[in-house]
Design a protein around this ligand. Structure first.
Ligand code: OFO
Length: 169
């Protein structure tokens, strides 16, 4: 049984995923005008696309269950960052917040005894573990690099591997 409570909570997650996509799109646009970080730029664009895919997956699920997925209005995200490290810190904090949202949804699905939604949400649980881990690794590296421009160049090369192998799905 697909309850109104579950449907509303999933619709709220549609908003969270859409807002995530918007935040990373703004990071990508900002990164694109910074010199020498083309791969970081591609990473943010790609991450934004993936968040949109997460949103679409939710929209299809809600509608397939007989609900109605509501396309939400979005807030304008931060447009600029003091440094690349600041952008990645924000990315990590945001992913931690999204993981909490997913955990809350899992809790509601159990309260509602909605095992189909519970099963559906396991994909998001696994995804958040990967995304948080990747964001932590990036932040640890940027911490070590500090203001070293050579280090930043290597960081940009390094993130190319993530773009190619698709560690963020
Ligand atoms: Fe939607 O996976 Fe991150 O936020």
């Amino acid at each position: 049984m697909f309850s109104k409570k579950m449907q509303d909570a999933l619709n709220n997650q549609v908003l969270v995923e859409a807002q995530s996509s918007q935040i990373y799109l703004a990071m990508a646009s900002w990164a694109e005008i910074q010199p020498g970080i083309d791969n970081v730029t591609a990473f943010f664009y790609r991450h934004s696309d993936e968040e949109r895919m997460h949103m679409l997956k939710l929209i299809h699920f809600i509608n397939e269950r007989g609900g109605f997925a509501v396309v939400p209005a979005l807030e304008q995200p931060a447009l600029t960052y003091p440094s690349i490290h600041h952008a990645f810190k924000e990315l990590l904090n945001h992913e931690i917040y999204v993981s909490e949202c997913i955990n809350n949804l899992v809790g509601i699905s159990l309260d509602e005894r909605d095992y189909a939604t519970h099963n559906f949400l396991q994909w998001y649980v696994a995804e958040q573990i990967e995304e948080e881990a990747l964001a932590r690794v990036c932040n640890d590296k940027l911490e070590l690099i500090g203001d070293d421009r050579g280090g930043l160049y290597l960081f940009d090369q390094d993130i190319l591997k993530v773009n190619v192998v698709g560690a963020v799905e």
